[in-house]
Design a protein around this ligand. Structure first.
Ligand SMILES: C[S@@+](CC[C@H](N)C(=O)[O-])C[C@H]1O[C@@H](n2cnc3c(N)ncnc32)[C@H](O)[C@@H]1O
Length: 457
């Protein structure tokens, strides 16, 4: 039986998929039913049919899971951020553990132990980075909010449950000022107008705020008054930056920054260490869970002080700096130049003398860094972006053969793929999921691999 768009079917939800959505089968044909959970029976309306699967929404919950909860956010269904907001926290954690197991199973890695997920004590208001697009609504009025899922329609957000509360207040006030002073905002249809995004980054320990206005041109009317208004109302705002993005693109930030207030950066603490954060640098968005993640990664590395350590995809040097106390020497590699500068300065700020950071793509400069420093690292941390490791890097790692690889990943699908490629040389001991992004469908993982010993007869 072929399912048809617009038709309704009564289905049992038998599992949850990689985006948290419920999975049902009609004669072996897969139906992804948004916002449903394993164990439920629902009436599903088919929205889109592809060759081997279809998307549907539940129009009636016939047998409801006892793990469903009151939905405390009016926008989550449309914004797609917290796609698991309809479930109690423990169930979201179970789904994430299952997701990791399913990804490993796809690569026949069923033998790898998946440890219980490291949950967050208070899984609310945890994000230290907010990015709200600005635009023009149907009535021609300026609007700020979040993009609706898979679209560029902006939906206003009353109270986001996962963003930092102070960041939300600053963003709202910044927008009110923009609106009431008729400051031009970007119009995606005509590609005209000035302000495209408001970004707020906050150091949750220091309470220092960076406000970034992503602009399409340099015509901010009343720029000086804006700066005065915001910094007077919020002394926490330490720096304001204009970031130029004139391209018709989904990428939020452009390459060029202009500081219009303060020094262009903020500080925050992770554990005992102080970190400088620049506008373009990656910095983990949930600092509480980041500490838990790094501590787990470090315990997996079990450093003794004698090891040479690589921190690949190092961002502003956070993992390497955490490891430096227990390592002989740390070498970090990162592609964003400003992040490398921050990493070098972060080492200095924290009085660390045994960490060096290099700028470039891991796949292109790793061999040079090794040759130039004449090193044979015992432990390698890798923390790549969602697409995971490329084949060249995997080849170099196999050749290098460090005793341990600690793999930190924000995408269990690419983690599983890469583990399967490394298992020829490595025993993969276990994977620990970490709930870095509560109530969203995302899950972070940290895994440890030990070099297989060649038995000589
Ligand atoms: C998931 S982040 C991890 C950053 C850091 N380890 C942390 O915990 O904050 C991945 C980092 O890899 C960098 N990156 C992406 N592709 C890269 C490449 N091919 N070579 C080096 N760095 C890269 C990104 O700029 C980003 O800083």
């Amino acid at each position: 039986m072929q399912v048809k768009k617009g038709e309704e079917y009564i289905v049992d939800i038998i599992d949850n998929g990689l985006d948290g959505e419920g999975i049902a089968k009609i004669n072996d044909f897969t139906i992804f039913v948004a916002q449903t959970v394993k164990g439920e029976k629902v009436k599903a309306l088919i929205l889109k049919v592809n060759k081997s699967y279809a998307f549907a929404k539940a129009i009636e919950i016939i047998e409801k899971s006892e793990n469903r909860v009151y939905e405390d956010c009016s926008t989550y269904r449309r914004c797609g951020g917290c796609s698991l907001r309809y479930l109690d926290y423990d169930t979201t954690l179970d789904i994430k553990e299952e997701m990791v197991k399913n990804c490993l199973n796809k690569f026949k890695l069923n033998n790898i132990k998946v440890k219980p997920i490291i949950a967050m004590g208070n899984p609310f208001n945890y994000r230290n980075k907010l990015q709200y697009p600005l635009g023009i609504d149907r009535n021609g009025n300026a609007i700020m909010g979040v993009f609706a899922k898979r679209s560029h329609e902006i939906i206003p957000v009353e109270n986001c449950k996962i963003q930092n509360s102070l960041s939300q207040q600053v963003a709202k006030d910044a927008f009110e000022f923009i609106k009431s002073n008729n400051i031009s905002v970007y119009n995606e249809a005509s590609l005209n107008g000035t302000i495209r995004h408001i970004i707020i980054r906050i150091g949750v320990i220091t309470n220092e705020i960076m406000l970034i206005l992503v602009v399409n041109d340099n015509n901010i009317k009343k720029e000086k008054e804006f700066v005065e208004y915001i910094t007077h109302k919020y002394p926490e705002v330490k720096t304001i930056i204009k970031n130029y993005n004139t391209k018709n693109t989904n990428v939020i930030l452009g390459d060029k920054n202009e500081i219009i207030y303060g020094d262009g950066y903020i500080y925050d603490y992770l554990g005992d260490y102080k970190f400088k954060i620049s506008p373009l640098s990656f910095y983990q968005t949930n600092p509480v869970q980041t500490e838990a993640l790094y501590n787990k990664a470090l315990s997996y590395a079990s450093l003794t002080g004698k090891e040479t350590v690589l921190d690949l995809y190092c961002g502003i040097g956070t993992i390497g700096i955490f490891a430096s106390k227990k390592a002989k020497q740390v070498y970090g590699i990162e592609v964003i130049e400003n992040a490398v500068k921050d990493a070098q300065e972060n080492a200095k700020i924290n009085g660390i003398k045994n960490a060096n950071f290099y700028c470039g793509e891991v796949e292109n400069i790793l061999s040079d860094v090794i040759d130039k420093n004449n090193i044979k690292p015992e432990v390698v941390f890798v923390d790549p972006p969602r697409k995971g490791l490329d084949n060249k890097t995997i080849g170099i790692l196999k050749e290098l053969s460090p005793q341990k690889i600690v793999y930190i990943s924000c995408n269990p699908a690419t983690l599983a793929r890469d583990l399967s490629l490394l298992q020829e040389k490595y025993n993969i001991e276990e994977v620990t999921p970490v709930d870095m992004f509560p109530y969203t469908s995302h899950v972070e993982c940290v895994s440890v691999m030990k070099l297989k010993q060649i038995v000589k007869h």
